[in-house]
Write a protein that binds this ligand. Structure first.
Ligand code: MF3
Ligand code: CO
Length: 260
């Protein structure tokens, strides 16, 4: 498959999709609390999808049955929302969400703390978020995908964690998954060179223990083999000549190109 670079007009459309994703994730993440089921989170996201007149990127994707992936504690990614999966105090939950708007996809994930979470668990979530921020700082035309992967891997391993290798980030556009694959590991200056107009979803998955994962009998839920906790963050990012544009982040922050 070929890498499809996007025009500025296309990227502006993807930004609109990204803002819808970010706004819906804000509302769903704000519901996270002990006693709430992952099914309730999914229903809320489904209602907001209707309100915004967009479509889910996940529902029906290879038969996936929901609009969110809800991945609690040792679940790495692709946890399926269920009425009997009820959040408890001290849990962490990865909430992954993607939509299509005017033909373009945006995809983002956050790991949220539920109630009082012990320090070591908060640390894992912080390091995973930081690894995505570091990766984003390498998302510049002329840099290579190895720079992005190495930023994630080095940060995670520096803290004694491991990165998941069986799932990777991806190009994104009129399809949710496009070329190139975007691994959360690599060597600086290795891999493909990023060009202006490349749009990728970078999604570090960081495990407190070993990197091995296994998929449960439902054929979706991916868990750490050693049952250690796992964090996951994801943003859809446009690579532009003057730096990264984080399409699924609501407002630009110091250091981001000020386009909003
Ligand atoms: N963010 C995930 C990914 O990029 C979501 C896919 S879940 C699926 O692969 F249900 F749509 F498969
Ligand atoms: Co993704």
């Amino acid at each position: 498959m070929r890498i499809l670079l996007k025009s500025m007009d296309e990227i502006r459309l993807m930004r609109e999709a990204g803002l819808v994703v970010s706004g819906i994730l804000d509302e769903v993440c704000a519901m996270v609390a002990p006693g709430v089921s992952t099914w309730e989170l999914d229903r809320k996201a489904a209602q907001l999808i209707e309100k915004h007149r967009v479509t889910s990127a996940f529902l029906g994707y290879y038969g996936y049955p929901a609009v969110l992936c809800t991945s609690i504690n040792e679940v790495v990614v692709h946890g399926i929302p269920r009425k009997d999966h009820v959040l408890k105090d001290g849990d962490i939950i990865g909430i992954d969400f993607g939509i299509f708007r005017e033909g373009f996809c945006a995809d983002s994930a956050r790991t949220i703390l539920c109630g009082d979470v012990i320090e070591s668990t908060r640390k894992l979530v912080d390091v995973t978020r930081e690894s995505l921020d570091l990766a984003i700082s390498h998302c510049r035309a002329g840099n290579r995908l190895g720079d992005v992967g190495a930023a994630v891997q080095n940060h995670a391993e520096k803290h004694g964690y491991s990165v998941v290798k069986t799932f990777v980030g991806h190009g994104i556009g009129t399809k949710m998954h496009e070329d190139p694959p975007v691994p959360n590991y690599g060597v600086p200056s290795g891999g493909k060179r990023m060009k202006h107009g490349l749009v990728i979803a970078v999604e570090p998955m960081v495990n407190a223990g070993a990197s091995d994962v296994e998929v449960l009998d439902d054929e979706w839920t991916a868990v750490t083999k050693d049952k250690s906790l796992s964090g996951h963050f994801e943003h859809t990012i446009a690579i532009l000549d003057d730096g990264p544009w984080v399409l699924t982040r609501a407002s630009s922050r110091p250091g981001d190109p000020g386009r909003d």
